[in-house]
Design a protein around this ligand. Structure first.
Ligand code: M6R
Length: 613
């Protein structure tokens, strides 16, 4: 996690750096800091808390408001998600070397930092923080011969183990900036008389669309306005500059109280934008997909968090409609097992950010084992999108709230496209069925809109049950997959405990949690499983639970259910039910957290992009 940015150019770097880390605040927000090099001195400010706290300090500081060099200035900044050392002023980045000659911002984890720190301490080098990053500055300084900034950095990175994207300043060279990448992303932007580095293009896309992605184990040296690239052996390499034409989307709340609510409401559009360009003349058209998935006989869907739940929901239809064995795995587990994959396996890596460390590692492991890799990603040009053999973008637009909603819905939509495509290709469904599925798919945004119209009703339900501090979500089949997503969303932003359980498993242990007044949210949308789940509801009701049901059934049947609250789910193909059912549950989580006064867009301890393992 963590967002890093760097600037070199003729302008005062301060405002750019602050604005840019604000754009990267989704990567972490427990502290932030900035360092600028002015007349052979590095000025540093760093503060615990949100970037607004740092801004206030910068406003008051003479060093950050004095005259900058008219020819060239350099600076780096950081927004942090703590890994080593609690969130505090001293643990915030940038970190400085003991003499104040070097300043470093870092995204990643240095795995051998304790060992390095011990040996540096033996040489009387003092450390101020508990971070792994501080050893990087200390090492650079200890290897610096007083002249060769690049060599000191190159020799240092060869001693580091782990993952690191770095931005480095040296007081002796105010006209230089060095960036390094290993296993954490860093992008370079080429501007007019100024250049930039950042963890993600959104930090500078308003300044330039000419970019280049630093590759694995590469170093970029910005010397005035010239940029040279090297590998870790110091050998110069050539890099291609690409021009991007991405619409990053709006980072404005558009009148909503929170980004999360705005993004929930944008779901019909996200689904429409994702599916419509891929439906042509009642067929699903995805260029070259046909050739790419030729000969696959097994699918793995590998992801983290909500993206993993997308796989859990899609799996049922991959197996039932497309008739293909589908295994869904958490990226953090998959990468350390020995998955049985080969050239006939399609590994689908699903990720909003395209930067999730475990998902990226799972992608690399799959490629190493010869599988075909397909990325379903929202952020254009992200690491996962760039490294996969094939990519299908979800056109959800910029998602800012840490709790994903519209990207989740867009990912589900891509899964539906893939299921129909593979089912038809494998002769599991006829052209007429394809047409029917496509009609349902085209109508899906309309059904999602209908669910969004239940906003006020859901608010009232959230208010009525706002004292519940332990909620159980139950369902079977695709409904169980939706329960898992609903439970994650609920606990992520409300900080109240919840659990998702396969309804049929309750009696094997979990039902002991039920006591009078317990809140159970039950999903019953798959008609074939209705009676079975209903029996499980009766079991929890018999023990005093209050039950909110999400039900897809006739009005008459619903009236007789005897549940405490009912949310009606319109009928559609079972495959697409998760897209509809999840909407009221996202709204429930949102209002429940709102009524508890939580920090909805930036829940405690979290970050949007999880770039550490
Ligand atoms: O960027 P990714 O889709 O790879 O992120 C995966 C998870 O970190 C993410 O879905 C997380 O679980 C969300 N905050 C849940 O709302």
């Amino acid at each position: 996690m963590c967002g890093i940015v760097g600037y070199i150019g003729k302008n005062n770097p301060v405002e750019f750096l602050l604005n840019s880390i604000e754009k990267l605040e989704y990567r972490g927000y427990d502290s932030s800091g900035i360092a600028v090099c002015n007349k052979n001195k590095i000025n540093l400010l760093k503060k615990k808390g949100r970037i607004s706290v740092l801004r206030n300090e910068v406003k008051k500081s003479q060093d950050f408001n004095s005259n900058f060099n008219l020819e060239i200035n350099s600076g780096i900044a950081h927004t942090r998600w703590a890994t080593h050392g609690e969130p505090s002023d001293v643990n915030a980045h940038p970190h400085m070397s003991q003499s104040g000659k070097f300043a470093v911002v870092h995204n990643g984890i240095i795995e051998n930092y304790l060992e390095l720190k011990k040996s540096l301490k033996r040489r009387n080098i003092k450390f101020l923080s508990q971070t792994d990053t501080e050893v990087i500055c200390a090492l650079i300084e200890s290897l610096y011969d007083g002249q060769d900034f690049f060599k000191a950095v190159k020799d240092t990175v060869n001693l580091l183990e782990g993952s690191f994207a770095l931005g480095i300043l040296c007081a002796d060279y105010p006209d230089k900036l060095i960036a390094v990448k290993k296993d954490s992303p860093i992008i370079i932007g080429f501007g007019e008389h100024e250049n930039y580095i950042a963890s993600d293009v959104s930090a500078f896309i308003d300044k330039t669309k000419k970019i280049c992605r630093l590759g694995e184990c590469e170093i970029a040296v910005f010397d005035k306005l010239d940029i040279k690239f090297y590998d870790f052996n110091g050998k110069e390499i050539k890099k291609e500059i690409i021009s991007v034409d991405w619409n990053i989307g709006s980072s404005d709340k558009k009148g909503f109280e929170h980004f999360m609510l705005k993004e929930i409401m944008e779901q019909p559009e996200a689904i429409r934008n994702t599916i419509m360009p891929r439906i042509i003349n009642n067929e699903i058209k995805i260029d070259n997909l046909d050739k790419f998935i030729n000969s696959i006989n097994k699918i793995y869907i590998v992801a983290c968090g909500s993206a993993y739940h997308v796989g859990a929901a899609a799996r049922y239809s991959f197996e039932k409609i497309a008739g293909i064995t589908t295994i869904v795995d958490l990226a953090s587990e998959f990468r350390y097992r020995t998955p049985a994959i080969d050239e006939n396996t399609l590994v689908i890596i699903t990720s909003q950010s395209g930067e999730t460390a475990d998902s990226l590692a799972a992608l690399r492991e799959s490629k190493r084992r010869g599988a075909k890799t397909l990325a379903v990603v929202n952020v254009v040009g992200s690491s996962i999108a760039s490294e996969a053999d094939f990519v299908i973008y979800t056109w959800a637009g910029l998602e800012i709230a840490v709790a994903t909603t519209k990207a989740y819905s867009a990912q589900l939509s891509v899964m539906y496209l893939l299921i129909i495509f593979i089912a038809f290709k494998n002769n599991k469904i006829t052209h007429d069925s394809v047409k029917k599925y496509i009609q349902n798919l085209i109508y899906l945004p309309e059904l999602v809109t209908q669910m969004l119209e239940l906003k006020s009703k859901i608010y009232e339900i959230a208010k009525k049950y706002n004292n519940s501090d332990n909620v159980l979500f139950i369902g079977r089949g695709v409904d169980y997959a939706t329960c898992r997503e609903a439970s994650l969303k609920f606990k992520e932003i409300s900080y109240s405990h919840s659990e998702a359980y396969a309804a049929g498993e309750l009696k094997h242990g979990t039902i002991s949690l039920i006591e009078p007044g317990s809140l159970v949210i039950a999903i019953l949308t798959d008609k074939k499983l209705f009676e079975k789940t209903l029996s499980n509801i009766r079991e929890v009701q018999a023990r005093g639970a209050k039950v909110i049901g999400l039900v897809s059934e006739s009005k008459a049947k619903i009236a007789d259910l005897g549940l405490d609250e009912i949310i009606e789910i319109p009928a559609t193909s079972v495959m697409m039910l998760p897209s509809i059912t999840v909407i009221p549950l996202q709204l429930f989580a949102y209002y429940f957290a709102l009524l508890k006064g939580r920090d909805i867009d930036k829940p405690r301890n979290l970050a949007k992009s999880v770039t550490v393992e």
